[in-house]
Every structure is written in C-alpha cells, then in structure tokens.
Design a protein around this ligand. Structure first.
Ligand code: LMR
Length: 399
C-alpha cells in the first residue's frame, strides 16, 4: 500500500531560492542563500578554478573510486590550510581527516560520530545559528541545546550570556563554534574573547567543535580566519573541525569539504579515522573527486595559491564595498536610526534584526528574498541595487 506523508515545509534557506525563481518581477533580488554574485548579479567561477580544471583535463585523470576517506593529497592540503603546515598536531599525525560532502556532509558525519561515541553528551549550539545546524544534529541523533550568543541591543556578542551558558554546561558537553564569520549574525568573538572561550573549555572539560565555512571570507586572510581553531589546537584541546570550500573557492555544487578530528596522539587519530570511514561507507560510500582535485591543485601550486588569495580579497572586498554603500543609503534615508551594524558585521551576511512581518514586506512588496530570521546575504547584492535594497528596508522597518 502507498505511504501517506504530509507535505514538508520548504527549506528555510534553499526554499528561498525556489521562491525567488518563481517570482516574475524584474526588480527581484535573491539575498537568501549565501552565494557570491558579481556586480552583474551573476554566479562567479574563480579564474583559478578554471585554471585548475584545465590542468586536470590535461592530466587526463581517471574516474576510479576514491578511498572512503577521500583523496590523500586533498586531505594533506586541507588540514595544512586549516592548521598551518608547521602545526605540531599535523606533523605528529594527530589529526584524523576525512574528505566529505562540503560543510553539511562533514557536519553530518561528525554528528554521527558524536551520537555513536559520545552518547549522553549534549551539543551546545549558538542562538541564533545557521538554519541547517539543528536539523543536521537532530537527524544524527545528537541531543542539543542553545547557548546565548547575540545581543540585539548592541548588535554584538552577548559575551556574558555566552560565558554563563557554557559555564553551566555539564562537563564533557560539546560546543559548536563558528570558526569565523558567524552565520547568520556576522558577529565574531575578538581574539581576547576567543582566548577566554578556549580557557573555559579547558576548565569545564568541553569539547570544541568548529564549523569553518568561511575561511578567507571574514578578513580576506586565510591565516587570520583560522585563528580560533588554531588557538584551540595549540592550547592542547582535542578539537573537531568541519571545513567547506563552497564559499572561499566558489565550489558550491562540487560538495567539497572535510572533517578533521584533532586527537591527543597518533594512535587515537588512527582509530578515529577508522571509525569515520565506517560511518561514511554506508552513508555515501566515498566522496566525489572533482572538487578535491581542484582544491589540491590550487593549494599545491604557489602561483595558483597566490591567485586564489587575490580573488578571495576581491570577493570579500566587493562585499565590504556594498556594505558601505548600503550603510550610506540607509543613513541618508533614515538618519534617525543607527545603521552602523551593517558595516561592523563581517563575512557574507548582515543580520538586520528585521521581524518576520518586516521580512514578509521585503519579499511581498519589494521582491527582495531573504531568510525569515532577518538575514540578508550581501554577497548577492550589487552596488547598483544597494539603493533599492535600502529603500525597501527603510519602508519595511518604518511600517
Ligand atoms: C547559507 O547559509 O546560505 C549557506 O550556507 C547555504 C546553505 O547551504 O544553507
């Protein structure tokens, strides 16, 4: 007999793109998903990616299955990009790395690992967080709670609330942290605050778990943006880190990323890796090769690596420019309000504090698509549309 199911709700982020596509208005603007667009609002394939692909074609590599844990050269490149080639943890072979399906897939494998080997431990997730985190860990059977993170009054970090909630977490709890460019708020702890969080994790025996989806997109520097996970590893923590190349290399659809678990010694890392492979095999067997080869080519070649850094600076620079323009228009149109948060927030997003009703007005009246939590992706905004966006925002918050 047939299976009766209810209609599932649209995805809070990717569902926005579906709605955007169905809108016939010429004014429409998709600021929902965090995907970089050019000034012409077209998707952008990095020049360095095209070069890497041309080299790959020349080499004529085959399409055999990768090992369950992915391409060896990619694994080396990705962990070194994250922790630095000189990292003692890397040199001592203490990091278990598995190539996985970008950020989401890596988080899902990590979630499965936690539910299998850390059962009874609660995962603490920032409030708010990326729209997919809760679903990933719920599906993986990981119990989670939230910790305070964002202060709407200051549009900044709720340092006191965050520290108090983490202090109150039972020993052994796992803490999910955004490595840089917190999604959706664009508010990151300062280096000093990271040190305090790191110390607190020691004190309370909490297991830090980083989601690094924007390395290079916060400050424009790959090293700077890896400050937090590097600090925790240097301070001797066992650390879980998921990486994505969707944003920084623009490889969204290639589904390329990794899960790294930094352990106390080489033998534990080997045992952890064996278990990660055991988790991945029945889930998706082994990961796709194309994106792994692109990343490996780019990181492994000095000229291409430098070119990549230049393109990343260009992308993050363009986002910074539209931030400034949006701020100027908003301040001119509604000088009674303090819009400085638009310029202060970092990464791809601006977290506007708009209510669901105001967001509904943005979309219904102005054809501007954004997530219900009030997040707008500035990576999807052009200079020529900044004034249109500002006018819609002012109209929405005033009514
Ligand atoms: C986003 O937050 O918009 C991105 O991470 C895309 C996604 O997968 O949700």
């Amino acid at each position: 007999s047939g299976v009766e199911v209810e209609m599932a709700p649209p995805d809070p982020i990717l569902g926005i793109t579906e709605a955007f596509k169905a809108d016939g208005s010429a004014d429409k603007l998709n600021l929902g998903v965090g995907a970089y667009r050019t000034e012409e609002l077209a998707p952008y394939v990095l020049e360095v990616v095209k070069k890497a692909e041309a080299k790959m074609l020349e080499k004529g590599e085959n399409k055999e299955y990768l090992p369950i844990d992915g391409l060896a050269a990619f694994k080396k490149a990705t962990v070194e990009l994250l922790l630095g080639a000189d990292s003692p943890a890397v040199k001592e072979g203490r990091v278990a790395t598995i190539q996985s399906l970008s950020g989401t897939g890596s988080l899902r494998v990590a979630g499965q690992f936690l539910s299998r080997f850390c059962s009874g431990r609660t995962l603490y997730i920032s409030d708010p967080t990326w729209g997919n985190h809760k679903a990933i860990f719920t599906d993986a059977g990981v119990p989670w709670k939230t910790y305070r993170y964002f202060d709407p009054e200051t549009v900044g970090l709720d340092e006191e609330g965050m520290m108090a909630d983490l202090k109150a977490a039972p020993e052994g709890s796992v803490v999910l942290l955004h490595g840089c460019a917190h999604n959706p708020t664009g508010v990151d702890p300062t280096k000093e605050q990271w040190k305090q969080i790191c110390d607190l994790c020691h004190e309370r025996q909490l297991l830090p778990f980083f989601d690094v989806a924007y390395q290079g997109f916060a400050t424009g520097s790959l090293e700077e943006d890896a400050f937090a996970p590097r600090l925790f590893v240097e301070e001797g923590h066992d650390v879980i880190v998921c990486q994505s190349y969707s944003k920084n290399l623009g490889l969204y659809a290639e589904r390329i990323g990794a899960l790294n678990i930094v352990a106390s010694d080489k033998d534990s890392a080997a045992r952890i890796l064996s278990q990660l492979k055991k988790i991945a095999r029945p889930m998706y067997s082994n990961p796709p090769v194309h994106g792994a080869r692109i990343v490996t080519e780019v990181i492994g070649n000095k000229d291409m690596f430098d070119e990549w850094k230049g393109e990343m600076e260009m992308m993050s620079g363009r986002i910074m420019t539209v931030r400034g323009e949006l701020y100027d228009h908003l301040t001119r149109m509604a000088p009674e309000k303090d819009w400085s948060f638009v310029k202060r927030q970092i990464g791809m997003f601006s977290y506007t504090g708009m209510t669901p009703d105001q967001v509904a007005n943005m979309t219904g009246k102005h054809h501007i698509y954004m997530t219900k939590d009030g997040r707008i992706s500035l990576a999807g905004l052009s200079s020529s549309k900044a004034e249109y966006l500002a006018a819609a925002m002012v109209d929405s918050v005033r009514n």
